[in-house]
Design a protein around this ligand. Structure first.
Ligand code: ATP
Length: 330
């Protein structure tokens, strides 16, 4: 039952690292507001815009032609000021002056922490939408941008494989994921990587060398190792490459750091549909009196998870995928 009347003016912002699909989520929030005849205000530059009163009224037509665009039309920013109570008070004063009564925050766990504090201190209803390519947020099987980022990485691996196999090269490809290996594990399997190094599991350098030696003995003339930024060997990707090069005369070892291309690009079908569903769920949730929750998709169904839980808990890596990766690299 939707409690129409209590919520009349919803703010929406994007915060933290940008991710493909954020625009599709903004579009969905705006259009759902239009559908229910609720005003929607876009807050520019994340929480910093909230503090500075950078607001723009958005209607269904303001979000035309953005579902296919990466990045975020509202811009994203990291705001140190919002981490202070004074900063948040300033944000609230502007928020009230503008007649806003609730907020949808699209971002990662830092953004959700900010949203939670804003709710706690000023009683503003808030709902979060998980937007980060890392897929490291509890309460959703997928986060916005993750699927697109994986497809970008997979394309890059395919291209690197062409050159690797033409020259007997061993490639170390670093992908994003400071705390989570979801991108690395899935793209490693999809791209046929020899080894996949992720933060959740440190198999040790000996085992890496052993595995690459076995591959070399079995006739492989080139190999690809996918390295998540935050893997735990204690060496960065260049040091890892150097270390391995010392053990293999037959290989030329190269490093490719994919970096920010993983954040860009047109969102995939999966991300666009996810964004559309979560935008609808967030607005309907607010209209229904829900607050302090994140909307996500679990086993195909839209679910709400308390923000506190979404922040505190972690998505576990799927161990079956580790086993599959292992078997595939025989
Ligand atoms: P990503 O996963 O891409 O890093 P994130 O949302 O975790 O996304 P952060 O940079 O951690 O990104 O947080 C984004 C913004 O949220 C910060 O710049 C700050 O404005 C706000 N924020 C983060 N942590 C807090 C906090 N403890 N208190 C208040 N606000 C916070």
């Amino acid at each position: 039952m939707l409690l129409m009347g209590k919520i009349n003016k919803i703010g929406v912002l994007t915060s933290g690292g940008d991710a493909p699909g954020m625009n599709a989520a903004i579009r969905s929030v705006v259009r759902t507001c239009a559908y229910y005849n609720v005003e929607c205000i876009g807050v520019m530059q994340g929480f910093q815009g909230l503090i500075e009163g950078q607001y723009e009224t958005l209607n269904a037509r303001s979000v035309s032609n953005i579902i296919n665009r990466g990045g975020t039309i509202l811009k994203s920013a990291r705001s140190l000021e919002f981490k202070t109570k004074e900063g948040r008070k300033k944000a609230y004063d502007n928020f009230k002056e503008y007649g806003l009564d609730s907020l949808v925050v699209i971002g990662g766990d830092g953004s959700f922490t900010g949203a939670m504090l804003f709710q706690k201190e000023f009683g503003v209803p808030v709902i979060g939408i998980p937007g980060t390519i890392d897929n490291d947020i509890y309460g959703s099987d997928l986060t916005l941008g993750y699927d697109t980022a994986m497809n970008t990485v997979m394309e890059a691996i395919d291209k690197i494989r062409d050159t690797a196999s033409s020259h007997n090269r061993l490639f170390f490809i670093e992908v994003m994921g400071r705390d989570a290996g979801f991108i690395a594990l899935n793209t490693g399997i999809a791209g046929g990587a020899e080894e996949i190094l992720i933060p959740e599991e440190n198999l040790g350098l000996e085992r890496l060398i052993e595995s690459l030696k076995t591959s070399s003995r079995s006739g492989k003339s080139s190999s690809i190792v996918i390295v998540a930024e935050g893997e735990k060997s204690g060496k960065n990707v260049f040091e890892l490459a150097e270390f391995v090069e010392d053990h293999f005369e037959e290989y030329e070892v190269k490093v490719s750091v994919l970096g920010h291309i993983q954040r860009g690009g047109s969102p995939t079908v999966v991300d666009r549909v996810l964004a559309s569903r979560l935008g609808v769920a967030a607005v309907e949730g607010l209209l229904d009196g829900k607050s302090n929750v994140m909307v996500g998709v679990i086993c195909g169904k839209v679910k709400m998870t308390p923000l506190q839980k979404a922040i505190k808990e972690n998505n576990e890596i799927n161990r079956e995928l580790l086993r599959v990766a292992d078997i595939m690299s025989v």
